[in-house]
Design a protein around this ligand. Structure first.
Ligand code: HEM
Length: 497
């Protein structure tokens, strides 16, 4: 579905043409390579540039970036959208390595912040400088090695038992179950308890509102007139209000937890001691509770939605590849045989190379954060000689980079987990070749957590159940800042005999 249609498109079109004319009179782009202008995608229009293309549905845009990558290979090319600063798309891992290594030259920038402000506010996704440092430090404390062990071995094990119970019920009554919902419930319970000491569910008003607001925010990056059109989207402002109220509730709950007697902490079990440790760290290091609330909401979005979506795409792909399913089974059986039984700490990224490879390969084809946008804080030159004036927008499309034939070979579009295995071991790629978790100083803080949660969940569920799709055909993603599956993933589930 296109983002805008009918008469609205006509009015916006007229407005756009006016803005373009003014802009082209006032501003001439100066992005160059070796003194020459950069090549543009073949369908670039005079004056409108790639503006119309960006109004199209998100999935169509992914395909467009992928076809541009096929046309240009690693060559950096120019894109232009009316009302926006001049921009480039990079596909060469060398250029991305430069961006990751020179974080101070490429900020989130006004382009990103202005669009995501309503949703992310002062949170880490939007923050630069000291505000970013304080939130990152609190996150590092939450995700330290001993906490991760409790999170995986105790909390996840408990919530996975609940998931298994639910699926057992579905296997008995033969009803269809939406696996995306199942995974979202699992990660909501996990993040809610461990990070905030709260019970959170996938159908909570906050979650539904956040999902909707994320979709509208994503469309802002495609619609150059978002600041006008969004004024009339009342459901969006309602959702934003609900999100803010929930942020305040998280902080209020943490403050009241904090004022409980310190002595009671000594009596708690390991899970009790870790519960709420992210929000505690945030409150300890940031005096302003408004910022703490934003930080808490950002962490929730970063940690739970991405992981649930990644698991959904993984199960979708495995259901379509019986050979991969069989290989997962062999790895599970091998580990169980080695250890004499099924235990919660048996399956981890380090012990289960093939399961980790399956998850990583699904992330390659369906990266939960499919685009990244930065803005040049100062004029700079990329390793390939592209000169970017201050303020230029720099985009990389992880979705397209992950399908590059140059990086991944002729079978880049195929789901082939074996590409990650060498001599029986999982071999990772560098962040600039495989930017699914970002890189440099802003490498995703939850990478290890996501991988550990995924491996355990896959092992537990594939050991117990077989899954088959309840609907035919390919699935695609819906509009969002991340990559939720449109319509969820309806499946039938059976216990394995
Ligand atoms: C498969 C799952 C995940 C994927 C693919 C993923 C991917 C990413 C990406 C691409 C970014 C950079 C976003 C940007 O700056 O525009 C990021 C940042 C971040 N992620 Fe993850 N993430 C995942 C899971 C998690 C989990 C489980 C957590 C834990 C709470 C987490 C916490 C964060 C945080 C705090 C940041 C901001 C880091 C910073 O700016 O310094 N992520 N993630």
């Amino acid at each position: 579905m296109a983002l805008i249609d009918g008469p609205v498109l006509l009015i916006l079109g007229t407005l756009l043409v006016t803005i373009i004319l003014v802009k082209s009179l006032l501003f001439s782009p100066t992005i160059k390579r070796n003194g020459q202008s950069l090549r543009k995608p073949p369908d670039t229009l005079p004056l409108l540039g790639n503006g119309i293309r960006f109004l199209q549905a998100r999935q169509t845009l992914f395909h467009w970036f992928t076809s541009c990558e096929k046309t240009f290979g690693y060559e950096t090319f120019a894109i232009s959208v009316p009302t926006l600063p001049p921009g480039v798309v990079i596909n060469d891992p060398r250029n991305l390595e430069f961006v990751f290594k020179n974080e101070s030259l490429f900020g989130k920038g006004e382009f990103f912040k202005s669009r995501s402000w309503d949703l992310f506010g002062y949170g880490i996704i939007n923050a630069d400088g000291n505000l970013w440092k304080a939130q990152r430090k609190a996150g590092l404390a939450f995700l330290n090695t001993s906490n991760l062990k409790v999170l995986n071995d105790v909390a996840l094990a408990q919530y996975l038992d609940q998931t298994v119970e639910l699926l057992l019920g579905k296997s008995e009554d033969g009803n269809v179950v939406d696996l995306q919902d199942v995974f979202h419930e699992l990660t909501s319970l996990l993040m809610g308890k461990m990070a905030y000491n709260m019970e959170m569910h996938t159908k909570d008003d906050f979650t539904v509102g956040f999902d909707y607001a994320s979709g509208v925010t994503a469309e802002r990056f495609q619609n150059p007139l978002w600041f006008i059109t969004d004024q009339f989207r009342r459901p969006f402002w309602k959702a934003i209000r609900a999100i803010r109220i929930f942020g305040d509730e998280i902080v209020a709950k943490a403050q009241s937890d904090k004022s409980e007697k310190a002595a009671s902490a000594l009596e708690k079990d390991r899970m009790g001691q870790m519960s709420g440790s992210l929000i505690k760290s945030l409150l300890d290091s940031i005096p302003d509770t408004e910022i703490v609330a934003d930080a808490a909401l950002n962490y929730l979005s970063a940690g739970r939605d991405t992981t649930a979506q990644a698991l959904t795409w993984t199960f979708y792909l495995v259901m379509r590849h019986q050979g991969v399913r069989d290989e997962i089974q062999r790895e599970i059986e091998r580990l169980i045989a080695q250890h004499g039984g099924f235990g919660p700490s048996l399956f981890a990224p380090a012990t289960s190379p093939y399961i980790l490879a399956v998850f990583t390969e699904a992330l390659r084809l369906y990266p939960p954060v499919p685009f990244e946008i930065k803005q040049a804080v100062a004029s700079t030159t990329l390793p390939d000689g592209t000169y970017l004036p201050k303020g230029s927008v720099l985009v990389w499309c992880t979705w397209a980079m992950n399908r590059s034939h140059i990086t991944w070979g002729a079978d880049a579009e195929e789901f082939r987990p074996d590409r990650w295995i060498v001599d029986g071991k999982f071999v990772a790629k560098s962040a600039h070749e495989f930017p699914v978790f970002n890189g440099g100083q802003r490498l995703c803080l939850g990478k290890k957590m996501a991988e550990a949660v995924a491996v355990k969940t896959m092992a537990a569920l594939f050991w117990m159940f077989s899954f088959s799709p309840a609907t035919a055909g390919e699935r695609s993603s819906k509009s969002s800042l991340t990559l939720p599956m449109e319509g969820g993933l309806p499946v039938r589930v059976q216990t394995r005999t």
